[in-house]
Design a protein around this ligand. Structure first.
Ligand code: SF4
Length: 246
């Protein structure tokens, strides 16, 4: 798929509902389409869609080893509820790294995210042609430019973002209508949940992601950083050809 074809497809999908974007992506890329869920409310909605419409989408989660107990419980609950498997992808530290990672989130969270999330994700995505994410435009300024499908220059495959247009109200309505299991921590003041050491409650009126890496400038773990948006730059004529590019 050329950059022009991808941009044309993104424009055609802009007004389509998430279920349709997901189904069309599955039709196009299966079995080399995967969804890396972090078990946020958006991710749970997408897992529901995959199960509800029997879509051929591989499912996995990045298990950093320091998720909340409630998140591990939700993982099991979703698998039981929908009768599917959500694979665990875990970091494989070198001996030198294993020494460094103990409480690395305190001294160098960017490095910690790189070792626990970005590196394992990059390795895992190398087996796929496209990946689904649960990002919504209104979540952060970095995500405001996301398109329904775009070239992910950071990881070298197509990125499918079915929920980009959804508002918080759209998400609430879907979860309620379909009785989707979600993390009980959301009801206890955690609208956005990541690793336990880097997630705090947010107060009423705070940004929903204010509890992530509180007190630091860091707002993203590096999976969805701005330079990963690249519909316009998707694979450019000067880029080396990607053997897995559809
Ligand atoms: S969110 Fe925190 S604990 Fe998790 S990988 Fe990033 S820095 Fe490490």
């Amino acid at each position: 798929m050329t950059s022009t074809e991808l941009a044309t497809w993104a424009a055609a999908l802009e007004e389509r509902p998430p279920q349709e974007i997901l189904a069309l992506a599955a039709e196009r890329f299966a079995p080399r389409l995967t969804f890396a869920t972090g078990f946020g409310r958006e991710g749970c909605a997408l897992v529901d869609m995959v199960a509800r419409f029997h879509l051929a989408v591989d499912l996995f989660t990045l298990d950093t080893g320091v998720l909340f107990p409630e998140t591990y419980a939700l993982w099991s609950r979703l698998e039981r509820h929908y009768g599917l498997t959500i694979r665990a992808v875990r970091p494989r530290f070198t001996l030198a790294e294993a020494d460094q990672v103990h409480r690395l989130w305190e001294s160098d969270p960017d490095r910690c995210c790189e070792l626990r999330k970005v590196t394992p994700l990059r390795a895992e995505l190398s087996s796929f042609d496209a990946w689904v994410t649960a990002i919504r435009r209104e979540q952060t300024p970095e995500r405001a430019g996301a398109r329904p499908v775009e070239w992910d220059a950071k990881f070298g495959l197509v990125k499918v973002n079915p929920l980009v247009r959804w508002t918080e109200a759209d998400l609430d309505a879907y979860l309620t209508r379909h009785g989707v299991p979600v993390n009980p921590l959301h009801a206890q003041g955690y609208p956005s949940i990541g690793c336990q050491p880097c997630t705090t409650k947010v107060a009423a009126g705070e940004d929903p992601r204010a509890g992530r890496w509180r007190g630091r400038e860091k707002t993203e773990c590096g999976l969805h950083t701005r330079h990963a948006w690249a519909a316009a730059a998707s694979p450019s004529p000067s880029s080396p050809p990607n053997p897995q590019e559809p």
